[in-house]
Design a protein around this ligand. Structure first.
Ligand code: BT5
Length: 273
């Protein structure tokens, strides 16, 4: 699709030199930042790096993805420079593996903070990690394990117009009236918050309470207390009240007249009582 010059003006490119200077600093978590004009998927790129033994702290950003991935083989679609597509490579060696379920939630907390702080919008999370503004999906997170590494991928809709969204349940910061749609400060705020939360959580060996992560997640997440239907990966449905996030980042659902169940992954739909 041909883009008008006005579209291009509204969607300036990211500046990799400035981003590196701001984010790749001595003693910091981020060790390198690669910015691609186009790539299949930043998560796939970071996963390849993980397999090659690249140390933790790599950041991969793309102006456009040709095969952006969602969970369960779904797609993440966005026009060039209309949003953020970023993946980070982490190796949480001192954290027990059963706590890794907190990583996508941690990314959600960082993303919510960046959107509230820079775009000045009232963003909330839907467990596990959809970023919703006014009830519509504005961002998504994909966590993938590659051997002992974890790739955290984050997609955020910044200036997408209605005709560019995948459907009526999606939105962008611009469409919600954001105070700023400048992707540079958004990306900086996101990566700084991500590093801060990750270091706290890792230094607490993944403990959600001593790190403060559970409290922060509960503040940002609108799912608790809701009547939900969770579509589980095996095709089953679980209906009940979402009551808590357990020590491993799982959602606890209390069905009527049956024991509570903790779910590690699934798609949540809010159901009216
Ligand atoms: C997600 O999956 O929401 C995770 C999305 C992660 C994308 C990032 S971008 C950088 C990194 N590199 C990658 O290749 N991926 C990550 P899920 O919860 O499965 O939601 C996917 C569904 O969201 C799709 O099936 C669509 O219905 C919808 N969707 C696709 N693109 C969207 C968009 N731009 N905005 C809102 N919804 C979208």
């Amino acid at each position: 699709m041909a883009q008008s010059p006005y579209t291009d003006l509204a969607r300036p490119p990211l500046n990799p030199v400035a981003l590196r200077r701001a984010l790749v600093v001595p003693g910091g978590l981020w060790t390198d930042l690669a910015l691609h004009e186009a790539t299949a998927s930043t998560n796939a790129d970071a996963a390849t790096a993980a397999r090659e033994g690249v140390p933790e702290g790599l950041v991969v950003v793309a102006e456009r993805q040709t095969a952006g991935r969602g969970r369960l083989d779904r797609r993440w679609e966005s026009p060039a420079r209309a949003g953020l597509a970023v993946s980070v490579l982490l190796r949480p060696e001192k954290v027990p593996a059963h706590r890794y379920g907190w990583l996508p939630l941690l990314a959600g907390v960082a993303l919510t903070g960046a959107v509230r702080g820079i775009a000045e919008l009232d963003a909330v999370l839907k467990w596990p990690n959809d970023l919703l503004v006014d009830g519509r999906k504005c961002g998504g997170i994909l966590a993938e394990a590659v051997h002992d590494a974890v790739i955290l991928g984050i997609g955020l809709n910044v200036t997408l117009r209605p005709d560019e969204l995948p459907g009526p349940d999606a939105t962008s910061l611009a469409l919600e009236g954001a105070g700023s749609t400048d992707r540079d400060p958004l990306l900086r705020a996101l990566l700084r918050a991500l590093a801060q939360w990750y270091e706290r959580w890792r230094d607490a060996e993944g403990d959600p309470d001593t790190s403060g992560l559970r409290a922060a997640y509960l503040d940002d997440c609108a799912t608790l207390g809701q009547q939900v239907r969770v579509a589980l990966p095996d095709g089953a449905d679980l209906v009940g009240v979402a009551t808590e996030i357990d020590d491993d980042g799982r959602l606890v659902v209390q069905p009527e007249g049956a024991p509570a169940q903790a779910v590690a992954s699934g798609d949540v739909v809010y159901v009216r009582r």
